[in-house]
Design a protein around this ligand. Structure first.
Ligand SMILES: [Fe+2]
Length: 278
C-alpha cells in the first residue's frame, strides 16, 4: 500500500474572505495550485489524501474549482475534513459534494486505515477539534477489534501534547476529550497523521507515532506513506520550484486572507523520515 499525502492546501476563492483578491494574487493562485496538484496526482500511489483545509474558507467556488482539478486525475482521492472546509457548510453539505462520509475506515492487507472527522461545523471562532460520543465509541471499537494489526489514522487536528504546537489553544482536538485513553488501548503499532498546525513534526509516544504535515504554501511537499512487508515508512518529497513559482508562493503566503503562514514550517524539526516495523 502506498499513499501520497498533503497538509493544508488552503485553496482560496477569487472573492477572498472579506474582499476580492488582488489580480496578482489571483494570477499567483492560478499558476501555483494547478502546478502543485499536478505534482501531487502524478505520484503513482493507491490513494491520494489531503489532511484537511483543502479549501481556504470552505466556500462553494473553492470546492468547485479545487475538485475540478482533482477530478481530472484518475485517483482514489480522500478528503479529511478540516476546520476551514466547514466554515460555510456543514458535514452533510460537504458529503453531498465530495461523496465521502465524514469518517470511515477500511482494512487492507492486514492494516486498518481510519479517517476521522475532527472539525467543528460552521465555527470559525472555534477552530479547535472535537469528536462526538458516537465517533469516539466507534473509534474505540476499531482500536479493540484491530488487535495487533497496525492502525493508521488520518485526521486534521492533532492530539494535544503530541506534535509541535499541539499544546496551543485550539491547535488540537479539545484537550477535554481524552483521545489518549482510547489510543493507548491499542495493541501493536499505531500511526496518526494530521495537519492543522502548519508545521512539520514527527514524534513517538509509546506504541504510537505522530506525523504532522505543514501547510502546502509554507513548504510545498508531498509525504509518502508506504506500508509493506511488516514495515511502515513515512518520507518527504520536496517539490522543485522555479523562481517564478517561488515568487508566486510569496505573494500567496502574504496575500491570502485567513491563511496563517508559519515561518520555518519545514525546519522546526529536521526529521522528515520515519520507518517502523510492526
Ligand atoms: Fe489550516
Amino acid at each position: 500500500m502506498k499513499i501520497a499525502l498533503i497538509g493544508d492546501l488552503h485553496y482560496p476563492s477569487k472573492n477572498g474572505v472579506t474582499k476580492p483578491i488582488e489580480q496578482k494574487i489571483l494570477q499567483a493562485r492560478d499558476e501555483f495550485f494547478p502546478y502543485f496538484l499536478n505534482q501531487f496526482f502524478s505520484e503513482q500511489v493507491d490513494f491520494h489524501i489531503a489532511l484537511g483545509d483543502l479549501t481556504n474558507f470552505g466556500k462553494a467556488d473553492e470546492y468547485k474549482e479545487v475538485y475540478q482539478f482533482i477530478r481530472q486525475y484518475d485517483s482514489n482521492f480522500v478528503h479529511v475534513i478540516g476546520n476551514h472546509d466547514l466554515y460555510q457548510m456543514g458535514y452533510d453539505a460537504v458529503q453531498d459534494f465530495t461523496k465521502q462520509k465524514p469518517y470511515d475506515f477500511m482494512e487492507k492487507d492486514g492494516a486498518i486505515y481510519v479517517r476521522l472527522a475532527t472539525a467543528r461545523e460552521l465555527s470559525p471562532d472555534n477552530y479547535g477539534g472535537s469528536l462526538d460520543d458516537q465517533q469516539l465509541l466507534w473509534l474505540e471499537k476499531i482500536i479493540h477489534q484491530s488487535r495487533t494489526k497496525p492502525v493508521i489514522i488520518f485526521a486534521h487536528h492533532p492530539l494535544v501534547d503530541t506534535t509541535k504546537f499541539s499544546n496551543r489553544d485550539m491547535y488540537s482536538i479539545d484537550p477535554a476529550i481524552d483521545m489518549w485513553s482510547i489510543l493507548s488501548q491499542k495493541k501493536g503499532k499505531g500511526f496518526y497523521l494530521n495537519g492543522h498546525t502548519h508545521v512539520n513534526d514527527i514524534r513517538k509516544k509509546e506504541q504510537w507515532n505522530f506525523c504532522q504535515c505543514c501547510a502546502v504554501m509554507d513548504f510545498p511537499s508531498i509525504r509518502i506513506l508506504t506500508i509493506e512487508a511488516g514495515q511502515i515508512s513515512f518520507s518527504t518529497k520536496e517539490i522543485l520550484l522555479s523562481e517564478r513559482m517561488k515568487e508566486n508562493l510569496l505573494i500567496l503566503k502574504n496575500g491570502v486572507e485567513a491563511f496563517v503562514s508559519e515561518p520555518n514550517a519545514s525546519e522546526i524539526t529536521s526529521i522528515r523520515e520515519l520507518t517502523v516495523c510492526f
